[in-house]
Design a protein around this ligand. Sequence first.
Ligand code: ZN
Ligand code: ZN
Length: 352
Amino acid sequence: MRQKDKPKNRLRFWDWLVLGFAVLCFGIACYAKLRPPTPQILTEGTLELHFIDVGQGDAALLCCNGHNMLIDGGMSQSSSRVYTYLMKHNIKTLDYIVATHPHDDHVGGLAGALNAATAMRALSTCEEAEGRAFQSFLKYLGQQGVAIEVPQPGDTFDLGTAHITVLGPLRESGNVNDTSLVLRVTFGDFHALFTGDAEYEEEADILASGADLQCDVLKVGHHGGSDATSEAWLRAVQPKTAVISCGKNNDYCHAAQQTLARLQSVGAEILRTDQLGDIVLVVQHDGSYGIAEEQEVPEGEITFVVNTKSGKFHDPKCSSAADIADQNRLDFTGTREELIDRGYEPCGRCKP
Ligand SMILES: [Zn+2]
Ligand SMILES: [Zn+2]
């Protein structure tokens, strides 16, 4: 009898063990499914969309598998902001620098980007344009030996494992905003649309072209102005998240109430740089995405503190370093030579 009982008890023990293990696996699977994507900056195998707060203007940085694209750079006054942002995120190469159209609030800050990073290709809607901001963009591109390419609708570009398709402009227009480069980004099942300042006219052209417009994230056209983002456009685009890049208390009343109402009517979650500052979305391969917490300081020990306004760099312990205003301060983790290469001078007091 005893000999018969023993295997029976053992069987029960193993039954419980298997059942316990199954419950544990089920629990882990549920947790993994419900858990929001882990927000992490500059990780491999993800697509990051950085909407940089440049006040009234547009600037977006896309990063995928170590490849980077900057779409617009805000006003000239934002140059140091864009410069600092790229330095902080250790972006030394831009596979593409894009000017969606030659207006100052898109092109001005690209000079700052070209001081921080080397561009491999430049995309815009024209090779020449009036205005100091565009001339400055051309000057810095020229120093790097890069010529502007004018892509055509249907052209595609690879950014790591993400793909970018040009949807517009489809024709010339008297309204420069309606000649904006409109780009659709695809990463697995995820899609995002970058529309520059495209207004109703260009939206209608792109709709008529029959291009696939559905997207998860829409960079709303013309800073959320009332002259862009028509109902017909939104019916085709069906954005889950709408990002508006505009300045606090700007002179243009961006974003317009009518536009916000139209976005709300299609159920889009609205994110605004004038309310949130920099917005970073991290997209996972399965198409899920979430807002990332920004890392204040890059990994690694701070070796120098840079004043991007005065052009001087300091030992982190220098008393002058503590007095640098937040918007001009850059905590640097690289070498002294790198800073000198970038045109910075050592502080005369702390002699770093
Ligand atoms: Zn604009
Ligand atoms: Zn414009």
